[in-house]
Design a protein around this ligand. Structure first.
Ligand SMILES: C[S@@+](CC[C@H](N)C(=O)[O-])C[C@H]1O[C@@H](n2cnc3c(N)ncnc32)[C@H](O)[C@@H]1O
Length: 249
């Protein structure tokens, strides 16, 4: 049996009791740590709480060599842990399909996700989000145009865009870096983005949420990772009120 277990958003105390019990009963426990991470803890603290050793998985292990843990899951209980909710990720959706095609039984124990946390922290209504996008660090002088195309499309439809910010080993994209890149891409297309909403460390005791134009956000200290950004469509009255009250709009 392969169980996908969400760890929530910030530290080791964010897991559900159901998830914790399942980990303690599992014979093998793997922690995937490239789609997202818990910045408020470390593997040692997780192992102490779970009472189990953790085996780390990076992108290569999950996308190119999943046989390592999938084969184990044919005859043993394997827990596959991720920050957030495990299924807010196309990679993990694909992994569950692969497991099923190998005849492996699977189940999911959900965790708090950045997708719903952003709605709570910003007041932006869940039903008004269009397609989301990921903003990668530029590769040399090359940067993909997909993120700005998604934003432009959503703005034309008056929808909000959730922009996931790149995570590389030891390097996390900040709201400031993301806004700088998007301003450049928008200018090239003659597009103006009037409001951004930046969120840092959702789920922690001190999240930062700030809304405004690019210049206004420049003056905000978002602090440590993880960061995420929203480019909102036109704000409804209650959304504006919420951002004025809680995000300095
Ligand atoms: C690809 S998403 C993975 C989402 C995860 N499966 C979930 O359900 O939360 C990872 C990105 O979401 C954002 N993110 C995740 N957790 C966050 C947090 N606690 N605070 C701020 N941003 C976060 C970051 O931009 C990060 O690069």
């Amino acid at each position: 049996m392969l169980t996908f277990i969400g760890l929530g958003l910030y530290d080791e105390t964010d897991i559900s009791l159901k998830g914790l019990e399942r980990i303690r009963r599992s014979e093998h426990v793997f922690l995937e740590r490239y789609t997202s991470i818990l910045t408020g803890t470390d593997p040692g603290r997780l192992e102490a709480l779970f009472g189990k050793p953790l085996r780390m998985l990076d992108r290569e292990d999950v996308e190119n060599h999943p046989e390592t843990f999938l084969t184990l899951a044919k005859d043993a209980d394997v827990a596959f842990l991720t920050a957030g909710d495990p299924m807010v990720s196309t990679t993990h959706i694909d992994l569950r399909i692969r497991a099923a095609s190998m005849g492996i039984e699977t189940s999911i124990i959900h965790g708090a996700s950045i997708v719903s946390a952003v709605c709570g922290l910003t007041g932006l209504q869940n039903y008004r989000f269009g397609k989301s996008c990921s903003l990668p660090f530029p590769y040399g002088r090359w940067a993909p145009t997909t993120p700005i195309e998604v934003i432009e499309h959503n703005m034309a439809e008056n929808l909000h865009t959730l922009v996931y910010l790149d995570i590389q080993p030891g390097r996390y994209m900040t709201v400031h870096e993301a806004v700088g890149m998007l301003e450049g891409m928008a200018a090239e297309r003659g597009l103006s983005i009037p409001v951004y909403v930046g969120v840092a460390r959702a789920g922690s005791p001190s999240p930062v949420v700030a809304a405004g134009d690019a210049a206004a956000l420049e003056g905000v200290d978002f602090g440590d990772p993880l960061h995420i950004l929203v480019v909102p469509g036109d704000l409804h009255l209650m959304e504006r009120d919420y951002l004025e009250t809680f995000a300095g709009l």
